[in-house]
Design a protein around this ligand. Structure first.
Ligand SMILES: Cc1cc2nc3c(=O)[nH]c(=O)nc-3n(C[C@H](O)[C@H](O)[C@H](O)COP(=O)(O)OP(=O)(O)OC[C@H]3O[C@@H](n4cnc5c(N)ncnc54)[C@H](O)[C@@H]3O)c2cc1C
Length: 594
């Protein structure tokens, strides 16, 4: 019973009435992305991912990727053919730079396409996400020679990219990595070392794979300052730029995982068979961490998107089940007829919680992507700089708030199914298993919360957070014109004030050097921040829906307001419930005998 129906009205509503697509499409370079064109693009992309990628989601989970005795990874049945269709469709490159064959669409439209891929088939989508990250890192930091030899194929998706940071002793602490890079006379390097958990580290669907590897040159200082980034192709390119000799690294094993079985997660051993794997320096030596962040920031948003994608998928699945499953009678009903469980208030609560959180996450994702577009294309330097800081602030929240919610919402999806959710036959369990990785990789959610408190909250002495909070209050005026939004408005006013208070409290702890007290509250602060952002953007949605844009059906707009009000009246109040936890400090954590 698994299926995926792209919510096209919803995508278009958020793009146009929350993320301001029309305004974006007036910017230099984006004129071809007017709302009517984008609406057609979204529809076509939705059809492609639902028809080509979704049918492989279940079989991919059941079969998983495998490693043969020759160290070659094999993807599940149908993946190779579907990937060729993906490359031909052009969807992976739709928003990438036209300089290397991309379609040049705004990132805000690119995230809609990526969201659809992830909703249809998260495990498969990771190949594309990491390839895009490689394109970003090479085009920002690589030499002209590297760009010329690699970017066209990567942009088109004809080759895939990977990201190699993690080692057995270097997880969150990337600075502990030991992989070595030895300089050669010809300007290349030889790479030696073992990486673990490398997503799509090998596959059989493209003729080459381009690994971006973090390693340490021989005389490099310890820690993150001593890291450089290298491009290591599976097949070293010949003089014509074609894949030639097999590079010196092996896939030692595949990790056995809770979910995303179709995504091969590899242990890779570089240079254990010979002279070392040939690597090409990206940027300068010792700039590896900075370069990797170019790749990781995009990937963090991509991973945050997984929380949204799987929540959407789990919601659609749970709703379909709840409409069919007949069980029990409404309390107090005169009829003795049993009803579908969707009639029971508690099941409706679960479903509406899933729907409202999903819509809130979508709003946050598109608004964050808009900052990415404005950072590059806004007319004035002042706006570009402000949006760059806004993007930096929102990135850890998108990553962590949305992926934690993804686990919670897919778990609710199982709950709606009762026992049938806990068995594998219905497919609800797969979403939960797949969702569980997202709070872990690309920097655990704990690390994201530390980033929010230690680096993003102090940006411009707190002015970046303050500007966002001030902007949130601007929706309160328009809300007061609608009587049925009064309770939501009151809740939002209180929640925004709560966020301002905890931001000041944390800022004061940092200023006083009480870092442990601030860090003890980091994760609940991030949850509060995400919840309030969701409230703000659902309020923007409600006000926009009430203005009755003609391109949407009345039924859709009425439901938009109901869902937004549910978020504001039932979910948003939880944000202030976190204040005492945030401000509880480190005392008990330090005192506990752990
Ligand atoms: C399926 C999968 C795919 C992956 N794909 C890739 C990939 O493609 N490329 C790649 O390089 N890596 C990849 N990874 C690795 C992933 O990024 C790491 O697992 C992750 O960064 C956490 O590192 P760790 O597993 O070593 O956990 P640890 O760093 O050991 O963390 C364990 C716990 O301690 C906490 N912690 C650690 N340090 C601190 C601290 N200083 N302060 C507070 N809390 C802390 C963490 O938040 C976590 O809860 C993948 C992992 C998995 C499981």
């Amino acid at each position: 019973m698994s299926s995926y129906s792209p919510p096209l009205e919803e995508h278009n509503f958020v793009l146009n009435h929350v993320a301001g697509l029309e305004e974006l499409s007036k910017l230099n370079g984006y004129q071809h992305a007017d709302p009517a064109t984008v609406s057609t693009i979204v529809e076509e992309a939705g059809r492609f991912f639902a028809e080509v990628m979704e049918p492989l989601n279940r079989t991919g989970d059941e079969q998983g990727s495998t490693l043969d005795n020759d160290g070659q990874v094999h993807t599940p049945e149908g993946f190779g053919e579907a990937y060729q269709k993906l490359v031909e469709s052009g969807w992976p490159r739709a928003h990438l730079s036209p300089d290397w064959g991309g379609g040049g669409l705004p990132y805000t439209v690119g995230v809609v396409i990526q969201e659809m891929f992830k909703t249809a088939n998260m495990a498969f989508s990771l190949a594309g996400m990491l390839t895009q990250g490689a394109v970003e890192a090479i085009s920002t930091h690589g030499s002209d020679e590297l760009k010329k030899r690699y970017l066209e194929k990567l942009t088109a998706g004809e080759w895939t990219g990977t990201m190699n940071l993690t080692e057995p002793e270097a997880g969150s602490d990337v600075g502990a990595l030991r992989t070595k890079a030895v300089r050669q006379d010809d300007g290349t390097y030889r790479i030696f070392g073992t990486k673990i958990f490398i997503t799509w580290g090998d596959q059989d669907i493209t003729e080459n794979i381009i690994h971006l590897v973090l390693a340490r040159t021989e005389d490099a200082p310890p820690g993150t300052r001593g890291i450089s980034m290298f491009l290591v192709p599976k097949y070293v390119l010949d003089a014509n730029g074609e894949p030639g000799e097999r590079n010196d690294y092996q896939i030692v094993s595949l990790e056995h995982k809770l979910g995303i079985h179709a995504s091969p997660t590899c242990v890779v051993s570089f240079g254990d068979q010979g002279d070392g794997a040939v690597g090409y320096l990206i940027g300068d030596e010792l700039e590896g961490m900075r370069n990797m962040f170019t790749m990781m920031n995009g990937a963090r948003i991509g991973v945050g998107m997984e929380g949204l994608a799987l929540s959407e998928r789990a919601f659609q699945h749970a709703l379909a089940y709840a409409r069919e499953r007949v069980q029990g009678r409404p309390v107090g009903a005169s009829s003795k007829e049993s009803v579908a469980i969707v009639a029971h208030p508690d099941v409706r609560r679960m479903l509406l919680t899933m729907k409202a959180n999903t819509e809130a996450m979508r709003c946050l994702l598109y608004v964050t992507a808009r900052s990415g577009d404005l950072m590059l294309h806004a007319e004035t330097e002042e706006v570009r700089e402000a949006e760059s800081k806004r993007l930096a602030l929102l990135t850890p929240i998108v990553k962590a708030w949305m992926t934690d919610l993804g686990v919670e919402m897919t778990s609710l999806g199982i709950q709606v199914h009762g026992g049938m959710g806990y068995v594998e036959e219905t497919g609800a369990a797969q979403y939960f298993r797949d969702a569980r990785i997202a709070p872990i990789y690309e920097g655990t959610n704990g690390i994201q919360a530390m980033d929010l408190v230690l680096r993003k909250l102090p940006l411009d002495n707190g002015a970046v957070v303050e500007a966002l909070i001030t902007e949130m209050t601007e929706v309160l005026g328009p809300m007061s014109e609608h009587d049925d939004l009064t309770t939501f408005r009151d809740q939002l006013t209180t929640a925004i004030q709560g966020l301002a208070d905890t931001s000041s409290w944390l800022g004061a702890r940092l200023a006083a050097g009480e870092i442990d007290h601030a860090l003890a509250g980091a994760t609940p602060y991030l949850a509060q921040f995400g919840t309030v952002l969701g409230g703000w953007l659902m309020a923007v949605s409600a006000v926009a829906a009430k203005s009755g844009p003609a391109e949407f059906s009345k039924g859709f707009l009425d439901q938009k307001v109901i869902t937004a009000r549910f978020y504001g009246e039932h979910l948003l109040p939880r944000a202030n419930g976190l204040i005492e936890t945030i401000e509880g400090g480190n005392g008990l954590l330090a005192a506990a005998d752990l």
